[in-house]
Design a protein around this ligand. Structure first.
Ligand code: ZN
Ligand code: ZN
Ligand code: ZN
Length: 135
């Protein structure tokens, strides 16, 4: 992942390409799965402190660059937003991977009718199970 592409992504959402932002976005793009703040910080050789990582992730999230994946027990992971997709998490070892499965379109209509909302335009969904290694 070259830094020119990263700068272009930042410029695309009107963010200045500071050293911290470039380093964090690079790490998110290189890791193809959601990561905790601790893992992201370690992955960058602790070049940024956790507070900076949290603050930068908030900025990225506001700009739609990053998706926050909320897991049970208040755990949150972060990944580059990219295409809409879902995850499956192993309840034994915590491994998490992307799954190329989405809800049928009709579900949003059903939710809209049941809730009485004017519209339903997004959803987040994670699956949980036991991976082959842990089974
Ligand atoms: Zn497992
Ligand atoms: Zn993902
Ligand atoms: Zn979906």
């Amino acid at each position: 992942m070259n830094s020119e592409k990263i700068r272009a992504l930042l410029a695309g959402v009107d963010l200045r390409a500071t050293t911290q932002r470039v380093a964090l976005l690079k790490e998110l793009l290189e890791q193809a799965h959601p990561l905790s703040v601790e893992k992201l910080t370690q992955g960058m050789g602790n070049a940024l402190d956790t507070a900076t990582v949290y603050r930068t992730l908030d900025t990225f999230e506001e700009k739609g660059l990053v998706r926050k994946v909320e897991l049970a027990q208040g755990r949150a992971l972060y990944e580059h937003a990219g295409e809409h997709h879902h995850h499956i998490v192993c309840t034994e070892c915590g491994v998490i991977q992307d799954v190329d499965v989405c809800l049928p379109k009709s579900v949003q209509g059903t939710v809209q009718r049941a809730s009485g909302f004017a519209n339903v335009n997004e959803h987040a969904l994670e699956f949980f199970g036991v991976c082959k290694k842990c089974a």
